[in-house]
Ligand binder design. Structure first.
Ligand code: TRP
Length: 330
């Protein structure tokens, strides 16, 4: 079994990424699994090249420090030749309408049409439309059969399935048909300042976002300022009390226990927030320390990156060559 998943360096890794994905990749990764920093996906909207490069390096270090085995890791742009070629082949397998109906494209292009790049939907980068096809190439190139992703990425994995089947039946069997696996519910971390929203590394306002590399007192400050929905005592009720319920979820994810029962243990917000801050600081401490140490050891990080690139290329080059051959392009 090959499991593959990626994290896009569109910002600094945050607590939700760690609890919802990275920590799980570290814990249940099998020997053939692959995890990667999807830096090419961070270019679908206006981006800064130097920042992208440094965020990709940082993200790789965070993954290693989080305990994902270095031999299962790679950076997507190191495979740009294979993935670029396969993306083209898959674009030639995909209908325009299939890409245009992706919910994320519709939402993001609608939101961006009033932004700086302007020009209505016609002004967004073409890659915002085609990025699910690159994602399909990520998945199909390495022969992944399981793709653990959040709900928002499910439709993209469906597209990868459709394209794999269509390619195989049109040109011949090359691709494994992948399946999306939803991570177990639980650690769905919300923004501390706006608990109706998911915590996000690319949020405009980072007051409610705990970054993996935040210093302990920054974490404490953010947790102390978290919104708690006004009522007098902590209660676990995600629907009506999203703020305090988020804190209880975070506490449970970091220190163990059941969020509803934890509510009874903490009679006041002050005590609860201190406990949450302590638990988050302790949970992130080794990841933060390990990341900073790796970022200081450029040689070691380079070595990990290079070895990862070689292994991932080896795992995908033959499939990409076969696909090119079968479409008559080699
Ligand atoms: N698009 C995914 C996200 O935004 C990241 C990603 C890119 C990915 N390629 C992938 C995830 C391939 C799984 C498999 O979260």
């Amino acid at each position: 079994m090959v499991q593959l998943s990626g994290i896009t360096p569109s910002g600094h890794a945050q607590l939700g990424n760690y609890l919802g994905a990275l920590r799980r990749w570290a814990a249940d990764g099998g020997p053939d699994d692959l995890y990667f920093v999807s830096d090419l996906h961070a270019m679908t909207t206006a981006h800064n090249p130097a920042r992208l490069r440094s965020l990709a390096t940082e993200q790789l270090a965070v993954l290693v420090a989080a305990g994902v085995a270095p031999e299962r890791l790679f950076v997507q742009s190191d495979l740009v030749r294979e993935l670029g070629a396969l993306t083209w082949v898959l674009e030639c397998t995909c209908a325009y309408g299939e890409a245009a109906r992706m919910i994320q494209f519709k939402e993001k292009s609608a939101a961006r049409s009033t932004s700086v790049e302007g020009g209505g939907q016609a002004g967004v980068r073409l890659s915002l439309l085609t990025y699910p096809v690159l994602m399909a190439a990520d998945i199909l190139a390495v022969g992944a059969d399981e793709v653990p992703v959040g709900e928002d990425q499910r439709q993209h994995v469906e597209l990868a399935r459709t394209l794999a089947r269509r390619f195989n039946s049109t040109y011949g069997e090359v691709f494994v048909v992948p399946e999306a696996t939803l991570p177990p519910a639980g650690a769905r971390v919300r923004d501390l300042a706006e608990p109706t929203r998911k915590m996000s590394k690319s949020a405009e306002n980072s007051a409610g976002v705990v970054f993996v590399l935040d210093e302990p007192d920054q974490i404490r400050r953010k947790v102390r300022r978290a919104r708690t929905d006004g009522d007098s005592a902590p209660v676990y009720d995600p629907e009506n009390r999203p703020g305090v319920s988020n804190l209880l979820d975070i506490l449970a994810a970091c220190a163990g226990g059941d969020p509803a029962q934890l509510a009874d243990k903490y009679p006041s917000y002050g005590v609860l927030k201190d406990a949450v801050a302590d638990a988050v600081i302790e949970e992130l401490r080794p990841v933060r320390d390990g990341t900073l140490a790796l970022l200081d050891d450029v040689g070691e990080l380079e070595r990990i990156r290079k070895a990862g690139a070689e292994r991932a290329t080896e795992r995908s080059a033959h499939r990409v060559s076969a696909a090119l051959r079968m479409v008559g392009a080699a």
